[in-house]
Design a protein around this ligand. Structure first.
Ligand SMILES: C[S@@+](CC[C@H](N)C(=O)[O-])C[C@H]1O[C@@H](n2cnc3c(N)ncnc32)[C@H](O)[C@@H]1O
Length: 203
């Protein structure tokens, strides 16, 4: 399915295969850290879940999570709904995050996991998206995102890192997950902050 969707929309799909278990394990680490002291089921949002590599790891690690997935690709979203019956899934763009949380009466996600490609973070829409993610996290929440290691030093990768530093007080030094094809770097951002984004300052 990945290969087929990649041929149809390469920039949006960004990969010819789902992420590995090694990358999924790294992506859900903040959930395991917060699970130690959390009493209520954590609110977890997944952006771009695709066919569910991270979704499976999240539910295996913490079956009681209050989960919300947002997936743009209808074919992948249908597959995900079949693989995880009863899952709360929005078929739409990541920019519907605030509305989707508000519609469910959810305030302050504990974790936002992103499998979105760099294209979703391009231009002013990308800046708005990172601002939205930060403003929808609980003060103690975390945002985790990966990018492929070859793109880390390319302008879109560097821009993504800068945006994280702008909207979060702390961005952990990225670590490389070699057990993924291609290898991936993972960014974990905490201490979300509200930053006013003037339109002229979003390029
Ligand atoms: C690189 S794949 C990652 C899929 C899965 N998380 C994994 O790691 O195997 C990127 C996913 O993001 C989805 N996507 C791309 N742009 C999106 C957007 N603006 N909003 C929501 N989902 C998007 C794609 O359809 C695809 O499922």
């Amino acid at each position: 399915m990945f290969l087929q969707e990649f041929v149809r929309a390469p920039l949006r799909t960004a990969s010819v295969m789902p992420s590995s278990r090694a990358l999924a394990a790294r992506m859900i680490e903040p959930l395991q850290r917060s699970a130690r002291d959390a009493q209520d089921p954590p609110v977890v949002v997944e952006l771009g879940p695709g066919t569910g590599s991270f979704t499976a790891a999240l539910h295996d690690a913490r079956p009681d999570i209050c989960y919300l997935g947002i997936e743009l690709n209808d074919t992948m979203a249908d597959h995900l709904a079949t693989r995880f019956p009863g899952i709360d899934l929005v078929h739409g763009p990541a920019s519907s995050l605030s509305r989707a949380l508000a519609d469910r009466g959810l305030v302050g996600a504990d974790l936002v996991v992103s499998g979105l490609p760099w294209q979703a973070f391009a231009g002013s829409a990308g800046t708005d998206l990172v601002a939205d993610i930060a403003s929808n996290l609980a003060p103690s929440g975390a945002y985790i995102q990966f990018t492929y290691s070859w793109s880390r030093w390319a302008p879109p990768g560097r821009r993504q890192h800068r945006e994280l530093q702008r909207f979060f007080g702390y961005v952990e030094l990225p670590t490389t997950v070699w057990g993924n094809l291609p290898p991936a770097v993972v960014y974990t951002a905490t201490e979300p902050r509200w930053v006013d984004v003037p339109e002229s300052n979003t390029r």
